[in-house]
Design a protein around this ligand. Sequence first.
Ligand code: ADP
Ligand code: MG
Length: 240
Amino acid sequence: MINVIDLVKNFGKNEVLKNISTSINKGDVVAIIGPSGSGKSTLLRCLNKLEEPTSGKIMVGDIDITSPKVNILKVRQKIGMVFQHFHLFPHMTVLENIIYAPMTVKELKKDVAIEKADELLNKVGLFEKRDSYPNRLSGGQKQRVAIARALAMEPEIMLFDEPTSALDPEMVKEVLSVMKDLAETGMTMAIVTHEMGFAREVADRVLFLDQGFLLEEAHPKEFFQNPTTSRAKEFLEKVL
Ligand code: ADP
Ligand code: MG
């Protein structure tokens, strides 16, 4: 579904992604882990061109998104993204947050969009909050709304950038549980996370980044039990 070939990303003279090649197949749940500053967010953001790759190629399905001719808005419709800090529209209710893009981008009729939104709100356990504004919600609730909002566009792949890092500990579980349910539906997912338990349990594959290098790519069982690089060993000793 996504093919990354020799991806390099520079910010000025700072090369933050160094010849990354990997692929994400349909239904894969890929956990991207590594120290702060290793390039995890930049890698994720390159996948929907929130960052412009410096060189290399990224294929989303059969579309080369690094081609200057690409209609990136069209490609982004297939790719849902969830951020650490939710990014909900503060002046819209929960329901309005969810129906906005389907109505404006996909031109869905309001009643159809609402029906879909209600279904998603039930899925993330927030139907009773549909008419609340984001500032009335807890962090965990906000993040579940953000997930429902992304899903309302019926994406083929979901990208998560540290979705639980801004949450109080007691709210981490409710968000991970929604993500786990989503993984079980067969959704293709790439997740930057520090939740090692979640990565171990839910991911099919772990990518370990360090200083812009993709140092390891393995099944979680393999990666957590037998990391092959000393950098990964050191990292795991610190976080586990
Ligand atoms: P991670 O998500 O693993 O913590 P990032 O992808 O955010 O790492 O950052 C990787 C490197 O790129 C860091 O050195 C960071 O300072 C740098 N960087 C990230 N975004 C920008 C930007 N917009 N401009 C300049 N440097 C950036
Ligand atoms: Mg990051």
